[in-house]
Design a protein around this ligand. Sequence first.
Ligand SMILES: [Zn+2]
Length: 516
Amino acid sequence: MLLSLLLLTAPPADSVDLLIRHGTVYDGSGGAARHVDVGIRGDRIVFVGDASRAGLAPKQTIDATGLIVAPGFIDPHTHSFEGLPDLSEARRKNPGALMQGVTTVVLGADGRGPLDVARVLTASERLGLGNNTYALAGFGTARARVMGASSAPASPAQIDSMRALIAHAMSEGAFGVGSGLFYAPQSYASTEEVIAVLKGATPYGGVYDTHQRDESSYTIGLLNSVREAIRIGRETGLITNIGHVKALGVDVWGYADSVLALMRAERAAGHMVVADQYPWTASGTSLVAALVPRWAESGGRDSLRLRIADPAVRERMLVEMRDNLRRRGGDSTLLLTGGAAAARPFVGRTLKQVAALKGTGAVEAALELIRTVGDMGVASFNMTEQDIETFMKDPFVMTSSDGSGGHPRLYGTYPRKIRRYVLDKPVISMERMVRASSGQVAQVYGIPERGELKEGYFADVIVFDPKTIREQATYLEPEKLSVGMRWVLVNGRAAVANGVPTGALAGRAIRRPPRV
Ligand SMILES: [Zn+2]
């Protein structure tokens, strides 16, 4: 009786819901392409091999002749789900990511991750997500919760409070802790403070992911900043991940090799250090973050306005802002990309053009914008192709988008990297591209049963056309969907079918399994 019931309920081993046939398969392990078929039943991959020889009987077939089959990409640094669960359904569907083949995104880049991780993940999943997500606890969130925008060093009691918040977030399934030490007020935290707070994550393990303190020559300098990120990971027992690694600005151009050498030496000493990277020469940030000295932000935006209004303080700010602008490459390298309604007339112009319009110097124009229309988004062209390629070729540098509004990276990163750096140039191989964008991210973060095309793994699978794949988003039209992605399966369900987003909410919230 029991046996016959089992036979009735369990599908026969040779039946699959969906079979992807005749594709060129990169399985995410970093190995060379194989010509195998991929069978899916329910939310799992149940077969990788020769389907005709195995006599599989699929309910549905995708003919992937001439197409590439790969694990869905996992984006370890993006802002696309920032604000969950309070995002509109359109945002939660995340078609911009799906049309790039991204099936899982991090929540909590730059230290802005949640602290009530269980509530955020459960609520988000209940509302519905277009792709999977996993969370990093936010160092910045914890500091703001305990200390507001204060620039003071944390007291022992405040450190205890922050540490407890981080430990709690980790206990609820965060995969590590993010920080954004470049940004105020996180920038006011000393290395020792960050270490003391992050010890709350030590019993859980995971990743310390950082938008590091200095990607340029603003404060401690790029190399000292990398040393700091490494030290924080080492002393807290976490893997260090340098988020969106780059050499930002004229003072550090050519430093990619030196950054990679520091990472290599640390790995040789037994501490895992990795990085992720986006393939664009412009970073996306804000006028304030790019130009205004951090001391001027102490106390928050109202205090900043008061300082701008004080002639003596304003003069001091302008001197430092001139140097910050020089560092980034000058007034023609800052493109204004967004802001409040009153900022609209300036969107699409460079700071140089706005200064000409206003008949003032560039930093004076920037300060005037900040005072009158508020902070604005900018694309800051501050990286060299050579540094980008040097970082990309390193086997410990993964792909990320750092996706945020007003920059084409939110909609175009992965197809751009495939088109420009794998197919056209090529800087890296397709197997490296797939590995750096899927299996390696899953391995570094400890995301279970995803990132590779393996029997038993979740069916996050993408099928794309190497002849047509490319980004369409540009700096002036950043929200154009990429093309060439034909099928994107999230947990076995089609989120993109025949090149069109289906609107399916097939994503799940992934929690870090407890350490055994
Ligand atoms: Zn960042």
